[in-house]
Write a protein that binds this ligand. Sequence first.
Ligand SMILES: [Zn+2]
Ligand SMILES: [Zn+2]
Length: 248
Amino acid sequence: MNEIMEEEKTTTKKKINWKRFWFWLIFLIVISLLLIIYIPNRIYSRRKAVLSSCSGNLRNLGIIITNYSTDHKGHYPQNLEVLVEQKYILELPVCPVSGKSYLYYSDGWNSTDFIVSCPNPQEHVGSQGPKSVTRLLYYASGRGVSGGYTPSYVDSFYNLGTIIKIYSMTHGGHYPQHLRVLKDMKYIEEIPTCSKTKKPLIYQINGWDDDDFTIWCPNPEKHNYYGSKSKLKSLYYHKGEGIIEVEK
Ligand SMILES: [Zn+2]
Ligand SMILES: [Zn+2]
């Protein structure tokens, strides 16, 4: 009698264990699946919020610098600290991902442009999903905030010029010696080409201490002068002047 009771007990015990086992196994699988999907999305959306707060800082600085130049006959500040000294801003913002100060480029008191750059764009996620990286993040005068490189005619010159200046901000004011350096450092994907002939743009610099650089179109004769019929003799971007078109 006793033995039968014992046997029955153990079988019911076993049955309950199996049910529990399956319940918990399925429960764990479902929870892990949810977490696997949910956590990276959460992390990504948080990192994207940090990215947009960094672009927000850049946009604000760009607007404040533009205001400064309106008050100073078109001159840009010599450094960002001037903005605090002259009470344009209470304190300078920092990149929210690293706490590092923003980098500033202007070419002396008569500079025709300025750039403010995130000090560590590659620590930000990109806007194309969790695996994407931000290559560059900067505010350029007259352009607003940009996050990359657009290979169109005017833009390829302008952006390349800006990217070379951004390089100089983290290299003690020196400009790169070759365009392929920018490619190796992942500032650009490819060396930009002439929009007409697809031949690479020509970069000119005289050594590491040169404070000047020029980017030439290899085939200016293929371009028209400001939409007219006459062809160009030369087409280039000069560090201090921007894009120059010379008519034949
Ligand atoms: Zn940043
Ligand atoms: Zn060209």
